[in-house]
Design a protein around this ligand. Structure first.
Ligand code: NAI
Length: 310
């Protein structure tokens, strides 16, 4: 089925370069009017200009598309409110938000200042919340919206020297999970992309032969599909070097000790069973986990409302 954004309006934060630019160009090629947000800062988040965003707008308009530049800082709630006001004034609606803006301040945790920690969490996590909050009312009212978070394997699996970044990038998955639940009845789908691409952000972390295989254009199709009309919700896709995969947060079935005095020694004695991911479960929401463990406890205790098996 062809993916079209005709008649739709998309905001992409941090779209002056790298992945955001690739997302914006693909959305525009498929018919969306695009708001190219970029604060134009340096890689560590220090301020810059709107030149990068304007250059991407020129690329879109020269190819016959519609776009405007916005120089707002995602960390500023007021800037994000102004961005949605500009979007509605220019294009009359907003269908899509891709939270992509990001910075790095890599250091080992021992050397990292708490200012470095806060700045990175502010841009990735609070910035994603600020921009999502700004579009939320309009999306709820129109009964349609698509929001994409940009997460990272540095969060889902960890990466040396990125405690601030890894924490923020897992934070946006928590934001996705909750906005998915709250947005469902308004037709708002919330997903995440975990990219790997050669950009300004990663250029000095990778060797030239790695960079060659990692074009942002191999990430944008997955990001763009996740904000399309047919997109699922609460789905996190890993994309890079031509591979697209799904990240899942799963839990083991675990061991139910209900009805017996539980000691730390019991955990140690049965740790391998507790940790075994066979079977593995993927709860649809936090409450699904709570329901499961309560049902098992009721079964173990012979109470009504137990699980089929304990
Ligand atoms: P990039 O540095 O090329 O792009 C980030 C853009 O965000 C820049 O143009 C920058 O000016 C803008 N930006 C930074 N702070 C901003 C703010 N406060 N307000 C508005 N704009 C701001 O980096 P890249 O690689 O394209 O990163 C895009 C996203 O993908 C980031 O969220 C990054 O963390 C994430 N990511 C990238 C990976 C990669 O392999 N390149 C891996 C995992 C995640």
């Amino acid at each position: 089925m062809s993916v079209s954004f005709d008649g739709q309006v998309a905001i992409v934060t941090g779209a002056g370069g790298g992945l955001g630019r690739a997302h914006a160009l693909l959305l525009a090629r498929r018919g969306a009017a695009v708001v190219v947000n970029d604060f134009g800062g340096a890689r560590d988040g220090s301020a810059g200009s709107t030149e990068a965003a304007e250059a991407v707008v020129r690329e879109v308009t020269e190819a016959g598309g519609r776009a405007i530049a916005n120089g707002g800082n995602v960390v500023s709630e007021a800037d994000m409110q102004a961005m949605i006001a500009e979007t509605l004034a220019a294009f009359g609606r907003v269908d899509i938000l891709i939270n992509n803006a990001g910075i790095l301040r890599d250091k080992t945790f021992a050397k990292m200042t708490m200012d470095d920690f806060r700045q990175v969490v502010d841009v990735h996590l609070t910035g994603s919340a600020n921009a999502s909050k700004a579009v939320w009312g309009a999306m709820r009212e129109q009964g349609y919206g698509r929001i994409l978070m940009t997460s990272s394997t540095s969060g889902s699996y960890g990466n040396f020297g990125q405690s601030n970044y890894g924490a923020a990038k897992m934070g946006v998955l928590g934001l996705m999970n909750v906005l998915h639940i709250e947005g469902a009845k308004y037709g708002i789908h919330v997903n995440a992309i975990l990219p790997t691409a050669a950009t300004r952000m990663t250029g000095d972390m990778m060797t030239p032969d790695m960079l060659e295989l990692l074009s942002p254009d191999l990430v944008a199709p997955a990001a763009v599909w996740l904000v399309s009309r047919d997109a699922p919700s609460r789905t996190a896709l890993l994309a890079g070097a031509g591979t697209v995969a799904r990240l899942a947060i799963v839990e083991s079935e675990g061991v139910c000790f209900a009805g017996q005095a539980l000691t730390p020694e019991d955990i140690g004695a049965r740790f391998s069973e507790i940790a075994a991911l066979d079977p593995l479960l993927e709860p649809a929401a936090g409450l699904a986990h709570v329901d499961r463990i309560l049902a098992r406890a009721r079964t173990a205790l012979g109470l009504a409302g137990g699980a089929d098996h304990a």
